[in-house]
Design a binder for this molecule. Structure first.
Ligand SMILES: NC(=O)c1ccc[n+]([C@@H]2O[C@H](COP(=O)([O-])OP(=O)(O)OC[C@H]3O[C@@H](n4cnc5c(N)ncnc54)[C@H](O)[C@@H]3O)[C@@H](O)[C@H]2O)c1
Length: 257
C-alpha cells in the first residue's frame, strides 16, 4: 500500500519546532517531500538536530529547510520557488504562529500587530501563494492551524483569540472559493499542547495556570505535538477526502462543541 502522502510536496510553516516539527516528521514518514519554512532551522525545544536533517539522515526521506519569516513576502516567494522546483506544492500547513497574554486595557497597537501579522495576515498570503501553484495542478490541501482559542474566547488572550477566530472563518470562506478548483481547505484546532509556546511564551504547562486548565480537560492531560501531527496527516491525506471547510478539534475534550 502506498504511503498516505507518497510523492507529495508539503510546505510546513513554523516546521522547525513543536507541533510543526512533529508534522514534518510524520509527513516525511508518509512519503512527502517536506519544506520546512521557519525563522530558524534549530528547534526551540532543545539540542535535537534540525528536523530537515533528521528526515534526510535518519529517516531516509526528503526535506529542505528554507529560512522564512512568514511576514516577509520575499522569503515566502523563496519557499514557493523551492516548492515549484520540486513539482509544486500539494499540501500547505499554515502552522507558524505566536501566542502572548496581554491585559486588554494596557496593550499596544504593536502588541496587536505582532500577533495578527503572523497568525492572520501571513497565513492568508501564504495560502494565496500556495494556492496559485495548486490551481495549476487542479488539486491541493491547505490546513490552517487555528486553536481552541479560535472557537472559545478567553480573557487575557483577546488578540490571540481574535487571530485564531479569523483563521477559522478564513478557512471556511476559502474552502468555498477553492473547492471548485480541487483544493481542500480545513482548520485544525489544537487544545493545550506541550511546546515552548505553552511552557515559555506563556507559562501555562508546568505552572499554576496549567493546573487550572488541566482540570477542565476531561482526559486530564495536555496534548503531545505528535497527536496534532496525526490529525494534520488525516486532513492532508485522502483519508479526509470529503472534508471541506471543516474544523477538526483535538483538545482532549476541553471544548465539547
Ligand atoms: N501549543 C499549543 O498549545 C497550541 C494550541 C493551539 C494552537 N497552537 C498553534 O499551533 C501552532 C504551532 O504552535 P507550537 O505550539 O508548535 O509553537 P512553537 O513556538 O513550539 O513553534 C512555532 C514555530 O513557529 C516558528 N515561527 C514563529 N514565528 C514565525 C514567523 N514569523 N515566520 C516563520 N516561522 C515562525 C517558530 O520559530 C517555531 O519554530 C501555532 O499556530 C499555534 O498558535 C498551539
Amino acid at each position: 500500500m502506498d504511503k498516505l502522502l507518497q510523492d507529495q510536496v508539503a510546505v510546513v510553516t513554523g516546521g522547525a519546532s513543536g507541533i510543526g516539527r512533529s508534522i514534518c516528521r510524520l509527513f516525511a514518514e508518509e512519503g512527502a517531500t517536506v519544506i520546512v519554512a521557519d525563522l530558524q532551522a534549530a528547534p526551540r525545544e532543545g539540542d535535537d538536530p534540525p528536523i530537515h536533517e533528521v528526515i534526510q539522515d535518519k529517516l531516509g526521506g526528503e526535506a529542505r529547510f528554507v529560512e522564512c519569516d512568514v511576514t516577509n513576502p520575499e522569503q515566502v516567494a523563496d519557499v514557493m520557488d523551492v516548492a515549484s522546483e520540486l513539482g509544486g506544492v500539494d499540501v500547505l500547513v499554515n502552522n507558524a504562529g505566536v501566542f502572548r497574554q496581554h491585559d486588554f486595557l494596557s496593550m499596544s497597537v504593536e502588541d496587536f500587530d505582532f500577533i495578527m501579522d503572523i497568525n492572520v495576515k501571513a497565513a492568508f498570503f501564504m495560502a494565496q501563494s500556495a494556492a496559485r501553484q495548486m490551481v495549476e495542478k487542479e488539486r491541493g490541501v491547505i490546513i490552517n492551524v487555528s486553536s481552541v482559542a479560535g472557537i472559545q474566547g478567553t480573557g487575557g488572550f483577546t488578540t490571540y483569540c481574535a487571530s485564531k477566530g479569523a483563521m477559522r472563518l478564513f478557512t471556511y470562506a476559502l474552502a468555498q472559493e477553492l473547492a471548485p478548483k480541487g483544493i481542500r481547505v480545513n482548520s485544525l484546532h489544537p487544545g493545550l499542547i506541550d511546546t515552548k509556546m505553552t511552557t515559555d511564551d506563556v507559562a501555562i504547562i508546568g505552572a499554576e495556570m496549567g493546573e487550572g486548565f488541566k482540570q477542565m480537560i476531561p482526559m486530564n492531560r495536555f496534548g503531545h505535538p505528535d497527536e496534532m501531527a496525526k490529525a494534520a496527516l488525516f486532513l492532508a491525506s485522502d483519508m479526509s477526502s470529503y472534508m471541506q471547510g471543516a474544523s477538526l478539534i483535538a483538545d482532549g475534550g476541553l471544548l465539547r462543541v
